[in-house]
Design a protein around this ligand. Structure first.
Ligand code: M6R
Length: 607
């Protein structure tokens, strides 16, 4: 799971490649590297860690050349060391790769038996040796690359350069995305349009199985069957401007604070503020007759799906199932005829989510998507797409993307309810009014930032943290635990409050902070009982509730944070804000890398 870029032009390649890699760093930051052709010879520079480390290497030891490839890595096979950093190369060919070569072990054994010597622990290096095998048999670079690619199993997007061929970059893809940028006297390859945005607006996307030969004059594409093909060139709307942190110390904090605005922007495209009616773009689904909706997502997006299930069932009476995308693919799902599958993804590039939606389509479902990146693979492949208007999310921990996903899902649930005739105009207006109020109420929650920062001291010192909730509050508890884990590295778990007594309550002692998500809704009494049960066993509770809830139970908790009283329908959006801020401040106190936590990537493009 990585970002790749290639360039062939007249200008020095190195600064362009580095700039492109910075745009791709969301795909991984375990190591980075470049290779260029310097007077026909392959030269490369690599560094463990972030692109800044590669820049330091290049400052010491610059790289010239106008043809080159670059890579930013999220390690799958082999540790995140310099030796495992891409490009992998020998004197003949250099290769960068995004994906996983599933048959690399078998290929490697054969190649080693043939006398090839491996220098890294990566799956990618087999490609270098395969191509070299065919070059030494006298094949031209494009033929050698095509032969090598034909032997690979798994998912990949590749870019290669060849010694002595300064007017050639070869690209290939299967599973992982690869875009071609058409410039003036220059051609580019990149994992996405964002990487190429400052270079050209003219982009085409390779299809699965395509192999492309780039020269300064253009692109020659062959499909999987070897036929010469053309892929449509479109004007991309992606803007590649660098995104700043403004006055915030981290992107995550900036993105948390952007939520009132971006939730408002998202609502503006789905709700008419005058009539309080939801109006969605045309979707190829008749919600009135929909027998079943399958929700598919990973990570925080999966938590948004869990919340949406409550909404679709209770408001629209649509039968819903929610799956983690990576599980859905391998559990032989039985889906209703005429049903729809809805994939939810910030990036629109998550490999598991993409694969799950493709499977659902193969099983006869209409494929829908909610994405934040309008030109992402998911958006391009889905039969119908709804956009969150969160704007670019840079922090690896999802914040504003998550709350805008909930916003879109809430609007979709209202629209589905209307289509099915299960709510009248009055109820629709009430639900729409509740959601329209959310930006202002989120802004109110943000005013508790200083208090949450104080409470984060206790969290930052904890060895384990629990989050409890019921109903949609359970999904918020899961999200709180995920946020805390990924940026503080503190073990944290979210539980359905009623499930505690079935085992997890054994964890409770005086040292484990327990964050209880408890709006005064129809489940409040039940959650309150579960909270009493943990307090009775010495648990220290941070209680998130509204004025009424705090009035009733606040005295029992070690601390309370008052969330505005809102319709229970939109409560999960509001209760997400304090768990985001607790995680953020705890991470700052612990001194972790908030925006780029260890071992993670913003976009997970491998299975
Ligand atoms: O881009 P996606 O929404 O498909 O990403 C899914 C997950 O990888 C993502 O939500 C991840 O869990 C976040 N880092 C959570 O903060």
């Amino acid at each position: 799971m990585c970002g790749i870029i290639g360039i062939i032009g007249a200008a020095p390649a190195c600064p362009i490649l580095v700039d492109g890699l910075k745009r791709l760093e969301y795909r991984g930051y375990d190591s980075a590297g470049l290779a260029t052709l310097v007077v026909g010879r392959i030269e490369r520079r690599r560094a463990e860690g972030k692109i800044a480390n590669l820049e330091a290497v290049l400052a010491e030891n610059p790289l010239s050349g106008t043809t080159g490839i670059g890579h930013t890595r999220w390690a799958t096979h082999g540790s995140p060391s310099e030796a495992n950093a891409h490009p992998h190369a020998n004197a003949a060919v250099a290769v960068v790769h995004n994906g996983i070569i599933e048959n690399f072990q078998t290929l490697k054994e054969t190649l080693v038996a043939e006398g090839h010597v491996f220098e890294s622990a990566t799956d990618t290096e087999v490609i270098v040796h395969l191509v070299t095998r065919y070059l030494s048999q006298g094949l031209a670079p494009a033929e050698a690359a095509t032969r090598a690619v034909g032997e690979l199993a798994g998912a990949f997007a590749l870019a290669m350069i060849f010694a002595g061929h300064s007017d050639l970059v070869i690209g290939a893809r299967r599973g992982s995305p690869l875009a071609i940028g058409h410039g003036d006297g220059a051609m580019f390859l990149g994992s996405d349009a964002l990487a190429l945005a400052p270079l050209t607006k003219r982009i085409c996307y390779l299809d699965d199985g395509d192999v492309v030969e780039l020269t300064r004059d253009g692109a020659i594409i062959h499909d999987q069957a070897g036929a010469l093909v053309e892929r449509p060139i479109r004007e991309t709307a992606v803007i590649g401007d660098a995104i700043g942190k403004g006055n915030f110390s981290h992107y995550m904090l900036k993105e948390i604070y952007e939520q009132p605005t971006v939730i408002g922007d998202t609502l503006a495209s789905f709700i008419n503020p005058a009539s309080l009616e939801v109006s969605l773009p045309d979707l190829p689904v008749d919600f009135a007759a929909l027998p079943h909706l399958q929700l598919l997502a990973c990570g925080s997006s999966w938590h948004a799906a869990l919340i949406a299930r409550y909404w679709f069932e209770s408001i629209a009476r649509v039968p819903v199932e929610v799956d983690i995308a990576s599980e859905f693919r391998y559990r032989a799902p039985v889906l209703a005829e005429g049903g729809a599958a809805l994939a939810i993804s910030q990036s629109g590039e998550t490999a598991d989510t993409l694969a799950a939606l493709r499977l659902a389509r193969q099983l006869g479902q209409t494929a829908l998507a909610i994405v934040n990146v309008a030109e992402s693979t998911l958006a391009r492949e889905a039969d119908g797409t709804l956009l969150t208007h969160a704007g670019p999310e840079v922090g690896v921990a999802s914040t504003k993307a998550f709350t805008t996903q909930m916003t879109v899902l809430a609007c979709l649930a209202i629209a589905a309810a209307r289509a099915r005739g299960v709510i009248d105009h009055q109820r629709e207006a009430a639900l729409s009014a509740a959601i329209t109020e959310v930006p202002a109420r989120v802004a109110e929650v943000l005013r508790h930032d200083a208090k949450l920062k104080e409470l984060a001291e206790e969290i930052a010192a904890a060895r384990h943290v629990l989050f409890l909730g019921r109903g949609t509050g359970y999904a918020v508890a899961l999200e709180g635990a995920l946020k805390l884990k990924e940026i503080t590295y503190i073990p944290a778990e979210g539980f359905a409050a009623g499930e505690m007594k079935h085992g997890p309550i054994a964890l409770i002692d005086n040292d484990i902070p327990i964050i209880v998500v408890a709006p005064s809704d129809q489940l409040f009494e039940k959650t309150a009982s579960n909270m009493q049960e943990v307090i009775a066993r010495g648990g220290r509770v941070i209680f998130l509730s509204d004025a009424e809830g705090i009035e009733r139970l606040g005295d029992l908790a070690a601390a309370s944070v008052e969330i505005p009283a809102v319709d229970a329908f939109v409560a999960p959006i509001l209760y997400t804000i304090p768990v985001q801020l607790l995680a953020y401040h705890a991470a700052v106190i612990r001194g972790t890398d908030v925006d780029q936590p260890r071992n993670l990537a913003k976009s997970v493009t491998v299975e």
